[in-house]
Design a protein around this ligand. Structure first.
Ligand SMILES: NC(=O)c1ccc[n+]([C@@H]2O[C@H](COP(=O)([O-])OP(=O)(O)OC[C@H]3O[C@@H](n4cnc5c(N)ncnc54)[C@H](OP(=O)(O)O)[C@@H]3O)[C@@H](O)[C@H]2O)c1
Length: 320
């Protein structure tokens, strides 16, 4: 089978499509024929070997052998199942998150039946299903951890990105009033997703508007707790998807009264995928795809994602 392999950190050109052995499912694993995958900002950073502290996991001088094929979210068809698999059958169409195993940039992937894996929404093709995994479940994870409730005022920073487009829609679904922070070209777009108010990050600092929010959700890690603080209610939450600093601040604020920093990693998506599937099938959640590439254009997809200006998700398909 073909897989995208990289053996040194660097620009998109380090990714090469190679023939590698097709994996064999163990007793508790399923073998998925991958039909679509995404390219995320997080994977572009891994390819570059960033942030530097991330190399504790990725490998110090070069990527660890078992992490040389990137790819975290995918959709496809189950081709075979191991002897002890009870949750899935050959022919099932699934969407999945590989997590720290990575390996999704390949024609076949093996995953344990208890991994972040679920039947894909019936009303989505493989491309949309692949793009409905990480951004959506990460948005859900942070909104839940921030204690989102009906009637809350929520500000989503980076509303036009993958996590952001889902965060706007999910916060609206849960009955919040949503302010979206995005660039001028995306104002009408995020309003179409349900945002009640829009702040243009190129013109205005959301922290200085005199509005108060129960949750400021920084989906990109480009804002900060000090920027958010004046815009938070007395026991408001600043949720951030990235950074060691956020981890430190979440520990520090957990021990004090008042405003808190929420951070973490959305890794186990076993519960959230069926929840998202139901929302998508009820047409309560839309998947936004910016661009589509084929597998042999993977490096080109990385180049585009790396601009930092994708809208929603970028999908790579494997034609069969
Ligand atoms: N903690 C976790 O579990 C977890 C899980 C997944 C991802 N992550 C992290 O989450 C981050 C975001 O991922 P993502 O995939 O959602 O991002 P993304 O889709 O790559 O974000 C792209 C969007 O960001 C907007 N943008 C760029 N600069 C901006 C700024 N200064 N202010 C407001 N918007 C700006 C762009 O709009 P314009 O074109 O208008 O600039 C673009 O639409 C990554 O760093 C990733 O590592 C964390």
């Amino acid at each position: 089978m073909r897989a995208a392999v990289y053996s040194r950190f660097g620009p998109p050109e380090v990714l090469t499509l190679r023939q590698v052995p097709k994996p064999e499912p163990r007793d508790d694993e399923v073998l998925i024929r991958v039909r679509a995958m995404t390219v995320t900002s997080a994977e572009c950073a891994m390819r570059r070997g960033e942030p530097l502290w991330g190399r504790v996991v990725l490998g110090f001088r070069r990527p660890r052998r078992r992490m040389r094929t990137l790819g975290t979210e995918l959709a496809g068809e189950i081709e075979r199942v191991g002897a002890k698999v009870t949750r899935f059958r050959p022919g099932d169409e699934v969407f999945a998150f590989t997590g720290f195993r990575l390996g999704g940039n390949a024609e076949y992937v093996c995953l344990p039946q208890r991994a972040s894996l679920a039947p894909k929404p019936v009303n989505l093709g493989f491309e949309e299903a692949a793009a409905a995994v990480d951004g959506a479940s990460t948005a859900l994870y942070f909104l839940r951890r921030s204690g989102l409730r009906r009637g809350h005022k929520v500000l989503v920073y980076g509303a036009s990105g993958s996590i952001g487009t889902y965060a706007v829609q999910l916060a609206k679904h849960f009955g919040a009033h949503v302010t979206a922070v995005c660039g001028p070209a995306n104002a009408a777009f995020v309003t179409g997703l349900g945002a009640d108010a829009v702040v243009d990050y190129t013109k205005e600092d959301y922290g200085g508007r005199g509005e108060l929010y129960d949750i400021v959700f920084d989906t990109l890690g480009k804002s900060s707790f000090s920027q958010a603080r004046p815009a938070l209610t007395r026991d408001g939450r600043y949720a951030s998807t990235t950074g060691l600093r956020s981890t430190f601040l979440s520990l520090a604020t957990a021990m004090s009264r008042g405003r808190k920093v929420v951070t973490g990693m959305s890794i186990d998506k076993n519960d959230s995928l069926p929840f998202l599937k139901n929302l998508i099938e009820a047409e309560e959640l839309r998947v936004v795809i910016d661009r589509r590439y084929t597998f042999d254009q993977l490096a080109e997809a990385h180049r585009y994602v790396e601009t930092g200006h994708k809208r929603g998700n970028v999908v790579v398909t494997i034609p069969w």
